[in-house]
Design a binder for this molecule. Structure first.
Ligand code: ADP
Ligand code: MG
Length: 463
């Protein structure tokens, strides 16, 4: 591949992951001047673009180059192009000698810029050390640590599920990194289920070429640890599921460790073949749920330490009490506040924090959550129509989700029983009491109901 082809490939990747507006604004007039030995010089039309690419898109660009070239990127510099045309024809040496622009080196020590290894898919920034434990993830973390000591032998497969931004990717990546650290001879592969699907499709397309076949097999069947993230996306893909099934069996029979994540427990993934569901359930299934306020604070403290932020206790308390959705959001809010502080050279007051975070705090929280939202999420989880919950229908497949919705209204919104009756199609308050008690009792004995309700709750707070 010449540089131009590489850059076209990179643009193709970026176009997929950015909005059209952003893509055209920032990448329209870019090109690659030099790409050699992992070092790249990207030409940009002006200083503004240069700054944006450096600060906002550097990581994406680096990752895209790695994806396209399948080799490690060590350095990217951005140069302002003062001549408009035929850029790709100029050799980098010429342009440097003429002093077109002074390349700015990106700091490779900034932990935010850490990239995943193109071979293993693992990103060194995810470790156990920087993963904070709380009651929401302690089981998952304990199982993860046990697996690292004895891969393939204790919990196989290991299946983690939970809502968006709660640390699933972090934890499974940490397992991969730790296993490689402890066992120099082991091979680990991390892939999102999209990556797995892409690789599989490429393999099918190029089937005639022996090399591709063995590459796919080497990658996915020859490793000691296979991590597939967000497995729910495999659900509707029949042929890919089939490929996965075979890779799975061959690894499993050889005592290789398999680690999977999903947004729901195995049984609740609709479209997932029964044989896969039962295999997943045969191992260790652990959930990660929403962190409580203390855990949120501990996470914030850890992030501050990691990034050398100094933020007052008052503000950390404020954030941890007000951002309940997920850890990714928590991190985002923290960075916004720190950025605001740096810009103004003083830490924002609580009042200012409130103003900085309007979107973050206006998401669904315990205050803004409504009965309507509960009905929608319960209905969607159990694959029925929200109107069924309100209607007079007594069919069991409808009555049960309705009772769960009532239970959640009581539990999550602290609604009165008469109000719950009103919100579920004008039912009597005794019906609401009965529903609440029934679900509560069932929860004591039924582990999968607990998982289902937890999954619904995560949807309620996360989206
Ligand atoms: P998921 O894969 O569940 O959507 P991620 O693993 O991508 O979530 O986590 C989102 C962000 O939150 C990441 O930056 C991750 O490092 C951070 N994070 C999540 N949980 C924790 C935790 N317990 N301790 C420290 N950081 C966490
Ligand atoms: Mg993830």
């Amino acid at each position: 591949m010449d540089n131009n082809q590489i850059w076209q490939g990179v643009l193709g990747e970026l176009e997929l992951s950015l909005s059209k507006a952003n893509f055209t604004t920032w990448f329209k007039e870019t090109n690659v001047l030099l790409g050699k030995g992992g070092e790249y010089i990207i030409s940009v039309p002006n200083g503004f673009t240069k700054e944006w690419l450096q600060n906002k898109y550097h990581k994406y660009i680096a990752q895209a180059i790695q994806n396209v070239t399948s080799s490690r990127v060590t350095k990217i510099t951005y140069e302002i192009n003062t001549r408009k045309s035929s850029l790709s024809a100029i050799s980098a040496d010429d342009s440097l000698r003429e002093g077109v622009a002074r390349p700015v080196e990106m700091s490779s020590t900034n932990e935010n810029q850490a990239l995943s290894d193109p071979k293993t898919g693992l990103n060194p920034k995810y470790t156990f050390d920087n993963f904070i434990i709380g009651s929401n993830n302690e089981l998952a973390k304990a199982a993860a640590m046990a697996i690292c000591k004895n891969p393939g032998r204790v919990y196989n497969p290991f299946f983690i599920y939970g809502g968006v931004g709660l640390g699933k990717t972090h934890l499974v990546q940490a397992i991969g990194n730790e296993i490689l650290k402890l066992n120099k001879k082991m091979g680990a592969v991390y892939a999102t289920s999209e990556k797995f699907t892409d690789d599989f499709i490429n393999f099918i397309r190029n089937k005639s070429r022996e090399g591709d076949l063995s590459k796919f097999k080497d990658t996915y069947r020859g490793c000691d640890v296979l991590i597939v993230d967000d497995i729910q996306f495999l659900a509707s893909k029949g042929r890919t599921q089939e490929a996965f099934f075979h890779a799975y069996n061959s690894l499993f029979q050889n005592n290789k460790q398999i680690i999977l994540t999903s947004d729901k427990p195995p049984k609740a993934i609709s479209g997932l073949e029964e044989r896969l569901v039962s295999r997943f359930e045969g191992g260790m299934v652990a959930d990660i749920s929403l962190p409580d306020p203390e855990t949120r604070k501990a996470i914030l403290l850890a992030k501050c330490k990691e990034r050398s932020y100094s933020v007052s206790d008052e503000i950390l308390n404020y954030i941890s009490q007000n951002i309940q959705s997920n850890v990714r959001e928590l991190e985002g809010v923290l960075s916004k506040i720190v950025a605001h502080g740096e810009l103004n050279n003083s830490e924002p007051t609580i009042e200012e924090c409130k103003a900085i975070l309007p979107d973050a705090t206006s998401g669904p929280s315990r205050q803004t959550m409504s009965s309507k939202k509960i009905i929608e999420e319960v209905a969607s989880f159990y694959d029925i129509d929200p109107s069924d919950i309100l209607a007079k229908n007594r069919r069991k497949d409808i009555a049960w989700p309705r009772q769960i919705a009532m239970y959640l209204m009581r539990k999550e919104l602290s609604k009165s029983y008469p109000a719950i009756g009103d919100d579920t199609g004008g039912r009597d308050h005794t019906t609401a009491i009965h529903a609440y008690e029934k679900v509560r009792k069932e929860l004591e004995v039924n582990k999968s109901l607990k998982q289902e309700i937890e999954a619904v709750k995560q949807k309620l707070y996360v989206e």
